[in-house]
Design a protein. Structure first.
Length: 261
């Protein structure tokens, strides 16, 4: 490993032999803190929307240039705050994911950022297009900016591959069976977590720091590029671990199927 820096990480998940993933008290506390921050930021975002609406309502007719500047400024601030809040919320979900068993809660927890994005922009969009004091060109410009902000905020807030208790439990079970403990390695910018410190992909010259000692959940919570799906486990590490146990591909597949139950 030479000059590569090794950083030990722990805390997101319970590394014991529990059958179902449970976040540690530290991870749950951090997730709660992040969610509070996210809600505060989202409230400020909605306040920015209200500011844009008030400028629109109270402006002299026809609307002056200064009013246009203020409305667009409020929309931009609204967009930035919505996205920041959503990023904080998604990070919290990686520390303390929801279970897929409760489909409503799972959807609401993971897509709350999208809901907030709609709340933070749709009323303004409706008001712009129903405002009788704006001509067609004005509605097109201001409404277009607001709609664009809504779309951008929605896309950046959506979690297209949300984490779940089941995903974490499944991955941890596979790692425990292969290695005897839920203990993995990862890098800050990599898209995989690894089972071996000397994996060929961790030896790359691009890798200057390796995080180790954490669980699969730790890898997910510290690197958003690692997605909660089976493809996140380094294939080279997986094959090596299976080979060391003299497992066939069929036995490895059976392990994965068993982990799902």
């Amino acid at each position: 490993m030479g000059t590569k820096k090794i950083t030990k990480v722990s805390g997101a998940g319970d590394a014991s032999q529990k059958s179902t993933f449970t976040p540690t008290a530290e991870a749950k506390g951090k997730a709660t803190q992040l969610r509070i921050f996210a809600i505060v930021v989202w409230v400020l975002a909605i306040a920015a929307e209200v500011g844009a609406i008030l400028v629109l309502i109270k402006s002299a007719k026809p609307i002056e240039t200064s009013a246009w500047v203020w409305m667009i400024a409020f929309i931009v601030v609204d967009l930035i705050l919505v996205v920041i809040g959503s990023l904080l919320w998604k990070k919290a979900n990686r520390l303390d994911p929801a279970s897929k068993k409760d489909k409503v809660k799972f959807f609401l927890q993971n897509q709350l950022g999208v809901i907030v994005a709609v709340i933070a922009f749709l009323p303004l969009v409706v008001l712009v297009f129903t405002n009788k004091d704006l001509d067609g060109k004005q509605k097109g410009i201001l409404g277009g900016v607001a709609i664009a902000a809504l779309i951008i905020a929605g896309l950046l807030s959506a979690d297209f591959n949300p984490p779940s208790v089941e995903e974490y439990t499944e991955q941890s079970a596979i790692v425990k069976e292969l290695m005897g403990a839920d203990h993995v390695y990862w890098t800050k910018s990599g898209t995989k977590y690894h089972l071996h410190e000397d994996c060929q992909y961790l030896k790359s010259d691009r890798t200057t720091e390796i995080f180790e000692g954490g669980t699969v959940a730790d890898a997910y919570s510290h690197n958003s590029k690692i997605k909660p799906e089976k493809a996140s486990l380094c294939s080279a590490c997986e094959k090596r671990a299976a080979k060391e146990k003299d497992w066939t591909d069929k036995q490895l597949q059976q392990l994965k199927e068993k982990a799902k139950t």
